[in-house]
Design a protein around this ligand. Sequence first.
Ligand SMILES: Cc1cc2nc3c(=O)[nH]c(=O)nc-3n(C[C@H](O)[C@H](O)[C@H](O)COP(=O)(O)OP(=O)(O)OC[C@H]3O[C@@H](n4cnc5c(N)ncnc54)[C@H](O)[C@@H]3O)c2cc1C
Length: 500
Amino acid sequence: MVPGGLRCLVGGVEAAHDGERVPGATPRADVAVLGGGLAGLSVALAFARSGRRVIVLERDGPIGNGGADELFDDWERPGIPHFRQPHNFLGLGRRVLLDEAPDVLEAVLGLGAVENRQYELLPGDPESQDESFVSIFARRPVFEIALRRAVDDEANINVVTNTRVVDLAADHSSRGGSVRVTGARTGRGEEIEADLFVDALGRTSPVVSWLVSLRARPPLERRTECGLIYYSRHFRFRPGVEMPTVRSLHRVPRGEIGYMAFGMFVEDNRTFALVLMIPPWERDLRVLRFEKAYMATALSMPSLVPWVHPDQSDAISPVLPMGSLQNVHRSLMVEGEPVAVGIQPIGDALCHTNPTFAYGASLSLHHGFTLARIAARTDDAPGIARAFDAAVGADAAARFDAVSAEDRDRLRLWQGEPIDVRDPSDSMALFLRLTASMDAAKDPGLFRAVARCVNLLDPPDAMEREEDLIERARKIASEGAPPSPLGPARAELLEVIAAE
Ligand SMILES: Cc1cc2nc3c(=O)[nH]c(=O)nc-3n(C[C@H](O)[C@H](O)[C@H](O)COP(=O)(O)OP(=O)(O)OC[C@H]3O[C@@H](n4cnc5c(N)ncnc54)[C@H](O)[C@@H]3O)c2cc1C
């Protein structure tokens, strides 16, 4: 893909001169990015900084002015229903920013985000890899503001807002029987042309169905249930209150209580968020969407009290429910050949997994910069498809498989199956999540393995392949006291809620 002259073809209007932007028209881009969320913004930045002209087509409106708190409250993003849900930004994502766009990392921190230096929990001498064990605490809008402003500042990027992509155009004559995508149609009836289209439309991307209606061979699309309904709320520590100390990688209380789970997220500017999670069949606890039931539940979990007690913090959002969570994996490579070329899904359009694992933002950044690097080496469309699949395809598939397997086991546990989470032969996934991870700070080798895994710095099956490590983790767990319940029994909780 060699940058060519600026042939403008939007709504049939051609630009008069190379490089000139004509009012009412948009210059033909090298790369058209469909969707301007975390993946779309990352890939746009990556391509623009490697010298390509990029157009981003985004259904939502532009970003307004203001800092972290104003935009958290005011930035309307109906295209991203989970925009205000709590997010954790893992080591992989920070590493990509540090290597590829340090100015964005600096801007995120400048907005009040905080680096979580997980390695500070490690006993003994530091090792060089320990520097990778740093995640970022920020509300998602705050993270996205920094990325979006960097994109808006790039002369090579044209972000076209309030523009919905509704279909693709294709040429069927390409080599190897795959469809070649040549255009993206907008809701206003325009057709945008580019050499490469990036599907960054998120977890509900319709690109697979668009390709099928263009008579492409069916792409791969797999779905499994996460089996979770999220109820989240953001808080801010009251003046003078110190954040409670928790010696875990994310510095927060998290846990399972047999019929539901909870997780805290540290954020920017002294804010934090609590997520209460229930399985889809748990109808009685859907009252968690009401503030009184939510707060009574939170305050019935001893480890959450120092965070959400009204003496400690003020709520800064209503309860934000989020259901219908699914793991999704798509691939345009079927039996080693692309079913379509000239288009590449990235971010959630490629792979979306249970949000409690917090993979999405980091993978979006990783996919975006990887795709731009590959496209800088070749302009051959099938070559880009194959190289991208070789670089991230297997990883996306393996992460979908691993998360789906863990979700299956957690749902078996919640349905009452007698699974001992301290025994890896009962469920390796639950043993790693609920036992080995919790004990990580007791053993430097275990800590590093857990930190590599949690921060996406290792393949998903890396830990379970280390038999010695699993044995050590099992021994540490068997020597400790059996875990005490982290919250009330279900019947007791329902009574607490009813008394409100
Ligand atoms: C409840 C929840 C909690 C999460 N927590 C975490 C976490 O802790 N850590 C983490 O890393 N990840 C988390 N994730 C995942 C993370 O949010 C996603 O991985 C990330 O949003 C992926 O970015 P994306 O750009 O691929 O998709 P999105 O962010 O969904 O962006 C898609 C973009 O496309 C636009 N768009 C959609 N349709 C059209 C259209 N037809 N035309 C034009 N534009 C369109 C949208 O407006 C949006 O801007 C969570 C997800 C959920 C659901």
